[in-house]
Unconditional design. Structure first.
Length: 492
């Protein structure tokens, strides 16, 4: 009868499905045979018994956890916290998003509307384009000159209202403040919110020449150094001060490297005014900070846009993921926080560390993991208040791998043996490990993907916390851990 034929067909389909499931499970078991023990042997090399160790590996094809060790133990992730900032930025802003910094005028005043762009004046990005850190301001000045404007009769007004006024995270350690990697973040940023000071020796015994980038009058350098002699000059700076003091002997050209400036908006505006003056455009008024944006975030109609500086999200992701640039990570988190605040109908949408954290925690249920022990303080991972588990990191990477923007995210991570923070690591396995590093005192973390020739095969996280001494032994263990996974993918 018909119903008997139908029942027989359904029974055969169930049998076939069961065979397929058994085949897949046996294939997975075959693929992972011996792998857990290999990974345990690698982690057994941890040199300090008090070190907290956590690790997790997931097969991205099957979703199977193929290795875990203390995977639900919340630890400090250091810079691997950036994977959450990068993910929420793409999720909230969209993969094609661009930061837009707008220059406009009402015929009297000149306005600059910040959008949280961290890339303006970034030396690495500008050099890729064959430009200088000042190119944006020079082009803006040229636009004004070409319109017949050589003097702004009113003020320079900067609008930073898209972000809050908290430039430094309150939980960053005092010893980090003032360093380039703990530079502040604002709605308007320039030169990574840092000052570069170089001494050039002159006649022996006389003060060396001081070169300063950017050319902002707010930067004050006290030169107590002397040309010639032996030793190296010294730079003194208090993190919340505009004053930089150099002293000691200067026998040769001496670049100190970047040091943070405490006020991003002031650095931006001061540099803009200096470059405009060099380009023949002056101001009759002062620099003022005002909220001019309308409640919906738009520019008022009476202000005529003159130019818009657009920075693709991908440029910012690249500097964040490959170079671990902290200002870029904080800008991503705060900008995503602003977008989330607007999307969820907050009464006063603004980009803050708390709004960015709320956006991430709202994303985590979609990731498919719990929030036990999870705490996001900042986007860069510089705060030691951050906590997450290896399981939460791996679950996030597995979820990302199923998103339409997964390739964009993955390709902006460091690639072992190729670029970023992993360019000198895993050279025997180039293009096989795409990952984010995280290193602080007593902390060493590596989180990312193991690739075959075409796609990610494993998501992994290896976290070490609480050790003393150098991180070198822990990086070696991480590299051996990844090498074992690569060999397993290759059938070895």
């Amino acid at each position: 009868m018909a119903w008997q034929s139908l029942a027989l067909a359904q029974s055969r389909r169930r049998e076939l499905l069961g065979v397929m499931v058994l085949f897949l499970l046996s294939s997975a078991a075959s693929l992972h045979a011996g792998l857990p023990q290999r990974l345990r042997n690698v982690l057994a090399q941890v040199p300090h018994s008090r070190t907290s160790v956590s690790a997790c590996v997931v097969d991205l094809a099957s979703g199977e956890t193929v290795f875990s060790l203390n995977e639900n133990n919340p630890l400090i992730p250091a810079s691997t916290m950036k994977i959450f900032a990068m993910a929420i930025a793409i999720e909230e802003l969209g993969s094609g998003f661009a930061f837009e910094t707008i220059l406009g005028t009402d015929g009297i005043d000149l306005f600059v509307f910040g959008d949280g762009d961290p890339a303006i004046g970034d030396e690495k990005l500008t050099s890729r384009r064959g430009a200088s850190v000042y190119t944006v301001f020079e082009r803006w000045a040229a636009i004004l000159r070409e319109s017949g404007t050589s003097n702004i009769p009113g003020n320079l007004i900067i609008d930073e209202s898209i972000f809050d006024g908290e430039f430094l995270h309150p939980s960053w350690e005092a010893g980090d403040l003032g360093k380039w990697y703990a530079a502040p973040v604002g709605a308007l940023n320039f030169n990574d919110n840092c000052v570069d000071i170089t001494l050039v020796p002159q006649v022996r015994g006389t003060p060396p020449l001081v070169e300063v980038t950017p050319v902002a009058p707010a930067i004050r350098v006290i030169n107590k150094a002397k040309s010639g002699g032996s030793g190296n000059p010294v730079l003194h700076h208090v993190f919340d001060s505009h004053t930089y003091r150099v002293s000691g002997n200067c026998p040769k050209r001496w670049p100190f490297g970047p040091v943070s400036f405490p006020d991003p908006g002031l650095l931006f505006a001061d540099t803009l005014r200096s470059i405009f003056t060099r380009q023949g455009v002056t101001f009759s008024g002062t620099t003022q900070r005002q909220r001019v944006r309308q409640d919906d975030g738009s520019v008022p109609q009476h202000i005529v846009p003159l130019a818009t500086r657009r920075t693709p999200l991908n440029d910012v992701l690249n500097r964040c993921g490959k170079d671990s640039q902290n200002v870029f990570a904080e800008a991503l988190l705060k900008r995503a926080g602003y977008a989330w605040s607007r999307r969820t109908g907050q009464t006063a949408p603004v980009g803050t560390w708390p709004s960015g954290a709320l956006a991430v925690t709202a994303m985590m249920p979609r990731v498919g993991t719990n929030l036990d022990g999870f705490h996001l303080a900042d986007g860069s991972g510089l705060s030691r208040d951050n906590r997450c588990t290896a399981r939460q990191q791996v679950a996030t990477l597995a979820w990302i791998n199923n998103q339409r923007w997964s390739t964009q995210f993955r390709e902006n991570l460091s690639i072992g043996g190729i670029d970023g923070k992993l360019r000198k690591r895993l050279k025997r396995y180039p293009n096989r490990v795409f990952a984010k590093t995280g290193t602080m005192r007593g902390i060493c973390v590596l989180t990312g993907y193991i690739m075959d020739a075409a796609r990610p095969r494993f998501a992994f996280s290896i976290m070490f916390n609480g050790y003393t001494g150098p991180s070198t032994p822990y990086r070696k263990i991480q590299d051996e851990f990844c090498a074992a996974l690569v060999r397993k993918v290759d059938g070895r």
